[in-house]
Design a protein around this ligand. Structure first.
Ligand SMILES: [Zn+2]
Length: 320
């Protein structure tokens, strides 16, 4: 009894998830609610307080001791905890969430980029637990990434490293919301896979996807068609895999990592992506690091963010 636990948050542009997580990564309870960031910063923070109180009460009844708060946030966060830039949470730009969490809940607090949190989670409790170096890619609406080197999250001098989703893989390619053209996330995210399918349908290719209105089409529909053997749908995943492989080959040559792990919703179609990714790695990277690197599917699903934020908070406690 009296197990120590972290209240961990995964803050997205649409959903807010809060959970009670033990030091071994076990999620005791998890709540999900609309994030309400569209109603402004104050409403959003009030919402966090309400959800926090529900988890706190659960912990109290279960005799679980809350020792810290952790939060994964989509966007660039500096080492002090200030949110420098978040496309999905614009009202929080310039806000120090870490400080607010610590002062509001009178506990040690950490904040980190949500894709970094996912990398920490897979490294500490998931598919990457036997490796000391890995690149984790979260393939969702966008492409997030986190880099573990020598068992530590690499955040860079300003805290904003490993934005590998914005690596240029097509110099004159699709415009990205970051301002660059041809970023990886424009070719390998769920949004991108859907867009690729729509472009191919417009060019007149026959596909099972024609039964679905373009406005309703999702990457999961493209995946379903691909598993049914639909040629166009298979090509969409081959293309996404090719771009992921080009990016992965660069990481392999630069870092000689033990593993590249794919998480996020698109990773549900991991086996559709693997052949093209491996072909590019083998064709483009040096033989020794290409033979070494393992391409794996993440094990923690959409709990990766909350488990990673909790693991980071436990790490902070053990080092202080
Ligand atoms: Zn970009």
């Amino acid at each position: 009894m009296n197990n120590p636990a972290v209240i961990s948050m995964d803050i997205g542009g649409t959903n807010l998830r809060l959970a009670l997580v033990l030091s071994d990564g076990e999620v005791i309870v998890r709540l999900q609610s609309p994030c309400r960031i569209g109603e402004g910063r104050m409403q959003f923070l009030e919402n966090i307080c309400m959800e926090y109180e529900k988890i706190r009460q659960f912990a109290e009844n279960a005799k679980i001791r809350i020792v810290a708060v952790g939060a994964g946030v989509p966007g660039l966060i500096d080492n002090s905890g200030e949110i420098l830039s978040s496309v999905n949470l614009k009202p929080l730009n310039g806000f120090n969430l870490k400080e607010w969490l610590s002062l509001t809940f009178t506990l040690p607090a950490i904040t980190l980029n949500d894709a970094n949190a996912a990398a920490v989670a897979e490294h500490s409790h998931g598919a990457g637990r036997s490796f000391s170096s890995l690149l984790h890619l979260t393939l969702g609406t966008g492409v997030g990434s986190g880099l573990i080197l020598d068992n530590r999250l690499w955040t860079g001098v300003d805290g904003v490293a490993a934005e590998y989703g914005h690596l240029t893989v097509e110099p004159d390619g699709r415009l990205c919301q970051c301002g660059n053209h041809g970023c990886l996330e424009q070719y390998a995210s769920s949004t991108a896979i859907t867009l690729t399918a729509i472009e191919k349908m417009k060019s007149g290719s026959v596909t099972q996807l024609m039964d679905i209105a373009t406005a309703n089409l999702e990457s999961s529909d493209v995946a379903k068609a691909a598993y049914n053997g639909d040629r166009l749908a298979l090509e969409c995943f081959e293309e996404a895999g090719r771009y992921l492989g080009i990016a992965a080959a660069g990481a392999v040559n630069l870092l000689n990592p033990e593993a590249i792990i794919l998480g996020g919703g698109v990773a549900a179609s991991f086996d559709l992506l693997v052949p093209a990714i491996m072909k590019e790695i083998k064709g483009r990277a040096f033989e020794i690091p290409a033979a070494r690197v393992k391409l794996l599917k993440g094990e923690l699903g959409d709990n990766a963010g909350i488990i990673g934020a909790a693991a980071t908070a436990f790490c902070l406690l053990s080092s202080s």
